[in-house]
Ligand binder design. Sequence first.
Ligand code: 0WD
Ligand code: CA
Length: 423
Amino acid sequence: MNRHFNTSRESSGREVFKRKADDTQESEIKLPKTETDEHYILRTNNADSKLALPVQPDYYDKSFPDYRQPVEIGCFSLDSNRQLFNDARQLKYCVKPTSKNPNFNLRDGYKDRYIKRNDNIKEKLDHILKWILLNKHKFPTLSGDDKSPALSNQLHTDFITWRGHLTKILTTPYENREGWMLAVTLFHGTYYMSEVETEEARRQREQRTEMQEELIYGGYKFEQYLCADKPGGNPNPAGVVNTNEAFCCVVRTRLNGHSLVFSGEVDCKDNSDPRLKAPQCYVELKTSREIYTPNQERNFHRFKLIKWWAQSFLPGVPRIITGFRDDNGMVVSLQSFETMKIHHLVKNERNCWKPAVCLNFCNDFLSFVKKVVTHDDHRMVTLFSWEPGKDISYTVHTDRTYAFLPDWYVENMIIQKGEHNAE
Ligand code: 0WD
Ligand code: CA
């Protein structure tokens, strides 16, 4: 089997008993070691008792879990109107600059050649769900005589989500600034996970300064300097930057016992080696401020590279091309990072992040979701929330406040089931 990493599972289960010494009568009980060696905390108070998941890296510092080589099962494109096409028309082709010290002006066009996506519109999982309906044949079905109609309408996939949501989960043990909320619905045996913007994130988004907006634009502008629309073509820095347009790949993989299908935006393809199949031919593009001091380098290693690593590791994108910009918004140097070698660059930092901790934590979080969400109901949402310094907790919602599976998706899945039954 082709795997990124092979491990033998270690058992490092320690029984921990935590009781809060305050007057809320809330106690935390680390559940005894289980077969799967997970670290739930049973949080009880007088009203009810709930499990919570701790995030401290120590709990997850064991050998690497199995993470299967991600396989691309499809892709889609979003045009300037955010219309979805079941093809690669928006895929761009990477053109390596001849100079290692280019002079790309990342501010060029910010005022007059920028069409910005409306980020007040929450698209949730809609694009992925549309893609699924167009590509149901790509999901494994049960074969043989025991194929039951009820089961044949299942996707045989544990989790469906955006890659960006998984990136946030992977980096949680080391995150100390931004919390998150993830809505989960179990429908026909599959857990759908869709982010809900936190109040704090919304506030930050609405109060962005002009300088922050310009930095966000600069990331897209950098893509324009490095990418051509056609293989063999040339980049066109005189064009408009339209952030509605996107190319997304859909990959299937497995983390220990959890099968995953997720989609992530891909910046461009390296077309120079025709033997490279997707996702190995994909390239992630990034910009970052030039590094002048050891302290800046340390922060880059500790806080930025973990996000870059997690984002590209998940779909198996092997390379990240970075443009380092000066304070005038000019790209003054380029550097290429190999995703699988990023950790070697950072591991000498004190208290540095570890890939195994990120993946073990993700594995336990997904197990936690399966343990907590047991009702198969498209209207029901379990909202998992995390704030820095706290455990992961959840609330259950049966009103439609957080429901995110659209009727057109649910109906399509249910109608198909009825059709099968009628056969
Ligand atoms: O919260 C999210 N990540 C959501 C993403 C919620 C709803 C929709 N989307 C979709 C959009 O359709 C977009 O095309 O995000 C797609 C990208 O998803 P992803 O790959 O799972 O997200 P992530 O890994 O966080 O971001 C990849 C790139 C970013 O590149 P950088 O180099 O900055 O990490 O996608 C862009 C951005 O260029 N991006 C977005 N584009 C449009 N809408 C969004 C967004 N909400 N978030 C990131
Ligand atoms: Ca990028």
